[in-house]
Design a protein around this ligand. Structure first.
Ligand code: BG6
Length: 455
């Protein structure tokens, strides 16, 4: 498989999942820091303070990236580190991020920097987080400060990582603070997120025009459980709510009329301002990152939808495909073929926007059991997983999809939200007690895969 020249080979992570030092060097609390303090029993043993300590170890990690011939990396800035009260810029944070980004560049690794990876500042959460319209103004200013301080170094920016997730987990499924079930709040916070994305692009491009600003979405085709009309209709509704809800406004600048109609039918349509809709229309993503782990399969619910709708189950419910192949270590389906469908969807329905696989990977619980006598994790399952996904991606590129890179989640095993360190994803394993980094077999394989690209 030969990929295009200058293809991005790299990995992704985020500030809250890697930096550590979450209550020092001038940083204020994020919602995760605060939630862990309030309800530690919800977390799998480890809070956000204890991570791979990238704040202090970034030089070592970047050297390991270079050793693997990786040429790109995505992480995020911690809003609460850069602007602890939302107004004042923390000079120590500016120095840290400038050194971090400069070191990446000096090692031939192109940084893509994300503004928001689920880490809502606590001061903003106390005011309602994404449900409060004021957040769009604070976020716009934060975005502007990022370009003022780092725009000379970093040329690729993304506004959000998986915005659907903070909306869904905070206001529907209960995995993020405030962990309540309120569909109206979900719609409001989704709308404010989309407006914040557009305002951030306006502010960032207003400071410098030599940067590219995109966004990262978790995308999957929605597969219907059968060809029966009721299941197909259920899958179309899921596609509108899960895929097009963010993709269309963030990339095309408009909300799909079918989505507006669906929300109206279920009494969930909210008031919007014409001037705000105009900002959304005129400030769209220049490129897209696609996080893909597992496909979505749905079928029609048994019961008729309630009005107003109470839960998403009123419209569609999960479908378990009897032929599915599972990652038994994480409980997620493995279905590489979806990457081809995504590639074609972006080519045909989204003006063949430049995009890359910004996250793909295999989480494995209790991974230390796969260590050999020399201490190296023999993660052949991960090698096979990556290889299969690359094969499908390659086919999509050959058929004209505008994909420019592949990033694995993640580089060094990282902390993950309520799951802590349960699922390990990295090319490099982390001993949490000693902070020792040890390359896994997949890192050796990926390095030679990259080497072969230039032969
Ligand atoms: C992605 C997120 O959706 O999934 C990451 O962007 C997250 O932040 C990753 O860590 C893996 O999820 P988990 O729950 O298995 O750690």
């Amino acid at each position: 498989m030969r990929f295009p020249e200058n293809f991005w080979w790299g990995t992704a992570a985020s500030a809250p999942q890697t930096e550590g030092e979450s209550s020092s060097h001038g940083k204020s609390q994020s919602t995760w820091d605060r939630w862990f303090e309030l309800e530690p029993e919800k977390f799998s043993g480890v809070g956000p303070e204890t991570t791979s300590n990238v704040y202090n170890c970034y030089k070592e990690d970047i050297q390991l990236m270079k050793d693997m011939h990786l040429n790109s990396y995505r992480t995020s800035i911690s809003w609460t580190r850069l602007m602890p009260d939302g107004i004042t810029v923390n000079e120590e944070a500016v120095q840290f991020y400038r050194d971090y980004f400069k070191t990446l560049i000096e090692h031939g690794i192109e940084p893509t920097i994300n503004l928001f990876h689920f880490d809502m500042p606590w001061w903003m959460m106390e005011k309602g987080g994404w449900t409060n319209p004021q957040i769009t103004t604070y976020f716009e200013e934060y975005a502007r400060q990022c370009i003022l301080h780092f725009g000379d170094l970093v040329k690729h920016w993304v506004t959000f990582n998986e915005p659907l997730v903070h909306v869904e987990c905070s206001y529907i499924s209960g995995h993020h603070y405030p962990a309540i079930h309120d569909l109206r709040k979900a719609v409001v916070s989704g709308y404010h997120t989309i407006l914040a994305h557009a305002k951030a692009i306006r502010a960032m491009k207003g400071v410098r025009n030599d940067i590219k600003v995109g966004t990262v979405l978790n995308l999957t085709p929605v597969y219907s459980g059968s060809n029966q009309e009721k299941d197909v209709i259920a899958s179309q509704k899921a596609h509108l709510l899960i895929v097009r809800s963010f993709l269309d406004p963030m990339v095309k600048g408009i909300f799909p009329q079918e989505l507006i109609d669906l929300l109206k039918t279920h009494e969930l349509l909210i008031e919007t301002d014409v001037a705000d809709l105009d900002i959304i229309k005129t400030n769209t993503a220049e490129f897209l990152g696609v996080n893909y782990y597992q496909p979505m399969r749905v079928q029609a619910p048994q019961k008729t939808a309630r009005v107003p709708m109470q839960t998403l189950d009123d419209l569609f419910v999960p479908f378990v495909w009897e032929n599915r192949r599972m990652n038994p270590y994480r409980g997620w389906e493995i279905f590489p073929e979806a990457l081809y469908d995504i590639a074609m969807m972006l080519k045909h329905d989204y003006q063949n926007i430049p995009w890359y696989v910004s996250e793909n990977g295999m989480g494995v619980a209790d991974e230390a059991r796969f260590k050999d006598d020399a201490g190296m994790i023999q993660d052949d399952y991960r090698i096979e997983f990556i290889q299969e996904h690359l094969e499908v991606l390659h086919r999509g590129i050959q058929e004209g999809s505008n994909c420019f890179g592949y990033h694995l989640w993640t580089f060094v095993d990282c902390w993950s939200w309520l799951n802590g360190y349960t699922n390990r994803y990295g090319f490099i394993s982390l001993d949490l007690d000693t902070q020792k980094r040890t390359p896994k077999k997949s890192s050796v394989w990926f390095k030679s895969f990259i080497e072969n690209q230039s032969k």
